[in-house]
Design a protein around this ligand. Structure first.
Ligand SMILES: Cc1cc2nc3c(=O)[nH]c(=O)nc-3n(C[C@H](O)[C@H](O)[C@H](O)COP(=O)(O)O)c2cc1C
Length: 200
């Protein structure tokens, strides 16, 4: 039995966000094909994720197991205890919404999700897998725009740092181009996501 953590970052209502329609499709199909698994939903806007405080920084590099009920460290433990991570966020200003970066600062904690050793930092999330679901107004698959896509690249790099072996991306692009049939594109991305969820 696995635990899937479904993290989403969008201030829009769920049904109005293209990204969340696709990620809800993914997670719905995952629930159907993995009925024995636990799914935890984390709506970062509802959680009121804020910035790291001086007090919470003092808790970094703690002994493993310390501060499980701390209002910020509890997210790092929840992340560590999940086997599979789904991150859904729209592409904003060449990256993702700032609230997601604030959340990642909550979970990237030395002593919990990674540790320092004499050989350098070692991720503690070995054997876990993640999927990033995103929609973008334009298309960033090819240069010169490819280099401007900093959101997916950052997430992939951070997850590797934390020890994840598998990181995949489901992206729907050109959402804000007048030539795009947005509803057809979203439906097609939902179908693709539902298929991928079965083997996640
Ligand atoms: C604040 C903001 C910043 C955005 N920045 C970009 C951008 O840098 N590049 C781009 O292609 N689209 C950008 N977009 C467009 C969104 O990525 C696109 O509309 C996406 O489908 C929105 O997803 P949603 O329906 O889940 O909110 C931006 C949209 C917003 C609201």
């Amino acid at each position: 039995m696995s635990q899937l953590l479904y993290i989403f970052a969008n201030p829009k209502p769920r049904g109005e966000s293209r990204t969340l329609r696709i990620s809800d499709g993914f997670v719905g199909a995952y629930r159907d094909s993995h009925p024995q698994d636990t799914v935890i939903e984390l709506d970062l806007y509802k959680e009121n994720i804020g910035f790291l405080t001086q007090e919470s920084l003092l808790m970094h590099n703690v002994e493993p197991g310390t501060g499980r009920d701390h209002p910020q460290l509890k997210y790092a433990y929840q992340f560590l205890e999940s086997d599979k991570i789904v991150i859904a966020a729209p592409f904003w200003n060449l990256s993702f919404p700032a609230i997601l970066k604030a959340y990642l600062d909550y979970v990237t904690v030395s002593g919990i999700t990674f540790k320092y050793t004499s050989q350098g930092p070692v991720g503690q999330c070995q054997g876990k897998k993640a999927v990033h679901i995103v929609t973008r107004g334009g298309a960033y698959g090819q240069e010169p725009l490819k280099s401007l896509e900093l959101g997916d690249r950052y997430l992939k790099t951070l997850f590797q740092f934390l020890g994840f072996q598998e990181f995949t991306t489901i992206a729907a692009e050109n959402m804000d181009r007048s030539s795009t049939d947005v509803e057809a594109a979203v439906q097609s991305a939902i179908a693709d996501a539902q298929q991928k969820a079965k083997d996640f």
